[in-house]
Every structure is written in C-alpha cells, then in structure tokens.
Design a binder for this molecule. Structure first.
Ligand SMILES: Cc1cc2nc3c(=O)[nH]c(=O)nc-3n(C[C@H](O)[C@H](O)[C@H](O)COP(=O)(O)OP(=O)(O)OC[C@H]3O[C@@H](n4cnc5c(N)ncnc54)[C@H](O)[C@@H]3O)c2cc1C
Length: 383
C-alpha cells in the first residue's frame, strides 16, 4: 500500500503552489485534478499580483489592503529564487500596473495617494513617464504606478508544474473514493489505493462537495460570480491599469489586463464592469463594455473590435457579511485540511497557513500511481 504525507485535491494555483512548497520541505505528496490543471479560476484570472491598493479606494487603509500589501514582495522573492517556491525564469507579463483617472475624478483621493502611509505603494507619474496609451495627447488625466505586476497565469502554472510533473494526476475525487480512518485517509482511485496522512482540499468551487462527502460542516463555500469581457482589437499596445474615472463605489470602474493573442493583444476587462455584468445578458454586457471603454478611454477607437464575455465564479470561504475575505484561508478538521487562497496574489499566504497545520514530514518513499498524469489547461481566450 502506497503511503504519502499528503494528497492535494485540485490543481489550480493553490494545489500546484502547495505541491511545490511541500515537495521543497521534504513531504511526499501527490495532487489529483479532475479536469485540466488551472482551467477553473486560475487560468481565467487576470494574473495581477497586487498589494491591495484597489481596496483602499475609500480613501483609507483597510484590513484587506494591509494583509495583501506584502504579497508583491513575496512573489518577487520567488521570481528571484529567494522564496519558498522557485519561480526563477518566469518573466512577468508586465512589471508594472497602473491606475488612471480623468482630471476631475480623484478629489480627496489625490491627497490620500500622496500621503506618507502609502509611500512605496503608489507613485504619481510625470507626463514624460506615461506608458502607452496614456502617452497619447488625447489623454487628459493622471496616472499612478502601483507596486503590482502581472503574471501570465498559464506560464506560471507551467513553471510550477515543471519540478512536480510526475506527481500531478488526473482524477476526479468523489465521495465513494474517500475512507476516513483513525490514522489517516484512504483513497481508492480505481485499482489504486493510497493512504494519506492528510488530505488537502484546494479544489476551489469543488471543495464544498468534498467537505459534504466527509460530513465536515465548517467551513462553507461562498461563490462570488463575475462576468468578464474579452476585447480583440487592432490597437498595438497592451494596457495594465485600473480606471478610476467617475468611480461610483470602492471598486475600480474597469480593471484591464492584456494578454498575448496571435500577433497582438486581447484586452481582458474586469472590475466594476464584471460585477455589474453578472445581472446582464452577454449582449447587454457587451454594449455596456463598449460604452465604458468610450467613457474611460475616449481617445481610442473601438471600431472593428470584437467582444465576448466569460462567466466565472470565485470560490471562497463564506463570510458572515457575504463580503470578500481579507486573506487566504486554511483550516483543519481531523486529517482533512481545506484551503482557498481567495486571490492568486495570496497563494504564499495560503502556503504559510497550510504548513502551519501540518506536522513534520514522515519521510515516506516517493510513489508513482497507475493513473494518467494531469494536463495543463488553456486560457479562456484560446478556445
Ligand atoms: C475572472 C477572475 C479574475 C481574477 N483575477 C485575479 C487577479 O488578477 N489577481 C488575483 O490575485 N486573483 C485573481 N482572481 C482570483 C484567483 O484567480 C483565485 O483566487 C485563484 O485562482 C483560486 O485558485 P484555486 O487553486 O483555489 O482554484 P481553481 O483555480 O478554481 O482550481 C481548483 C481546481 O480544483 C479542481 N477540482 C474541483 N473539484 C475537484 C475534485 N473533486 N477532484 C479533483 N479536482 C477537483 C478543478 O478542476 C480546478 O482545476 C481572479 C478570479 C477570477 C474568477
């Protein structure tokens, strides 16, 4: 009978991050992924590794903006080979992320952005430092540079997969596969049986069914739906920026990232647009997105652009208020650990929390299972 320290269930950012982290600490670990790695939330994400400035748009620092503020630095350490997970060689899609607004919007936020409490996290750019498309004379407003950067989610998962390729298997874990025993958890995967000291659930939206299967009542999953917009166009420049022009609430009006698509870029739009879009049909949201681009970037021309939309749920531990959680989550119930990073950026935080719940490795020999290895999924704009 094969025995491992941990079986990780779910191969998005959290599962693959943990597989690397635990392997690096000497744990024997395998991962089970029901479909293709990353294809639920992680490959649909905008890839921003952010320090929470977008949670400070009420003009003050909140707990959410503080917990996450160290994450860009922690990821930068990993990219430089100094972190708990080795991401050397992974080039960010963009080293910078920006925030912009027309000349009349910011009001009191201008003083807050310039205040000492935000030093090092946000910097107002001089006109000569503007990136495209703000370098266009048609732009009349202000641009800030944040400490954030953007990763290509697929290249990130590929990098994480490299050292653990033979430990990530394709298997949908279901109730009938799981037998909770006094000294661990036995999984029956077809003809293969494996004993795990711990079962770690990082299955995103799939965590709830597995918690139910083991009769674990807490935590409970909350889903926050988004309706994102994809824009294919011939404008030659990428854009990585939050638009604050005329913001109504605490969320950026548009959160824009750009992703390689053939010879050009596809712009991926989230933020308030994707939240408001949940109640809209695809065609209503596309009309709304065109109007928002015209309002936020009026000096650009969207004639000839093609628009499509993507519905995707964010999975998180339920909050009493239904709000988004402030930090990553991990908790243990017996030998089962369940986690949600809640944001791509918070994967290092989730890694810390899972490690704190595990005993030292038991030094089991490596295992090879007789089931297929999992394949890496594709980003939504490639299908
Ligand atoms: C549109 C969008 C944009 C986002 N943008 C950002 C951003 O820019 N920056 C940021 O910090 N965060 C962002 N996020 C949040 C971030 O993407 C998620 O918090 C993160 O990807 C969650 O990763 P995960 O590994 O927990 O879940 P997932 O990526 O959903 O992975 C879970 C995996 O578990 C598998 N699974 C499910 N059930 C089972 C089962 N029974 N057996 C085996 N496998 C199973 C699934 O197939 C899936 O591959 C965004 C989220 C969305 C939806």
């Amino acid at each position: 009978m094969a025995r491992v320290d941990a079986v990780i269930v779910g191969g998005g950012i959290s599962g693959l991050w943990l597989l690397n982290l635990l392997a690096g600490r000497g744990y024997s670990t395998i991962l089970l992924e029901s479909a293709r790695l990353g294809e639920q939330q992680t490959l649909a994400s905008q890839g921003m590794i952010h320090g929470g400035m977008k949670y400070a748009l009420a003009g003050r620092l909140t707990r959410a903006s503080e917990t996450i503020s160290s994450m860009p630095g922690r990821w930068a350490d990993c990219l430089a080979g100094r972190g708990p997970v080795d991401l050397r060689g992974l080039q960010p899609l963009s080293e910078r992320y920006y925030m912009f607004a027309d000349a009349s919007t910011l009001g009191q936020l201008t003083g807050f952005f310039a205040s000492r409490v935000l030093r090092g996290r946000i910097r107002k750019l001089e006109t000569e430092d503007y990136p495209q498309p703000f370098a266009d004379p048609g732009f009349k407003g202000v641009v800030y540079e944040l400490q954030d950067f953007v990763l290509d989610a697929r290249r990130l998962l590929l990098k994480l997969l490299e050292p653990v390729r033979n430990h990530a298997y394709q298997w949908r874990l279901s109730a009938g596969d799981i037998c909770v025993r006094p000294n661990g958890i036995r999984l029956t995967l077809g003809e293969t049986e494996i004993d795990a000291e711990h079962l770690i659930l990082t299955a995103g939206t799939g965590n709830q069914a597995l918690l139910d299967a083991m009769d674990i009542k807490e935590p409970v999953t909350q889903l926050r739906p988004l309706h994102q917009v994809l824009v294919r166009h011939s404008y030659p420049h990428p854009l990585y920026a939050h638009c604050l022009t005329g913001i109504r609430g605490r969320e950026p009006r548009l959160t824009i990232t750009s992703h390689p698509d053939g010879d050009g870029w596809i712009w991926y739009l989230g933020g308030q647009l994707a939240t408001d879009g949940v109640g809209m049909s695809d065609s209503e949201l596309i009309d709304h997105a065109r109007a928002e681009l015209d309002a936020c970037l009026p000096w650009l021309n969207w004639d000839g652009a093609t628009f499509s939309t993507l519905r995707v749920d964010r999975a998180e531990p339920a909050q009493s208020s239904g709000q988004r959680p402030d930090e990553a989550y991990a908790s243990a119930c017996g030998r089962c650990i369940v986690g949600w990073p809640t944001k791509l950026s918070l994967a290092p935080d989730m890694g810390d929390k899972v490690l704190a719940l595990l005993p030292p490795p038991a030094e089991h020999p490596p295992v090879m299972l007789g089931i297929p290895l999992a394949e890496l999924g594709q980003v939504p704009w490639s299908h």
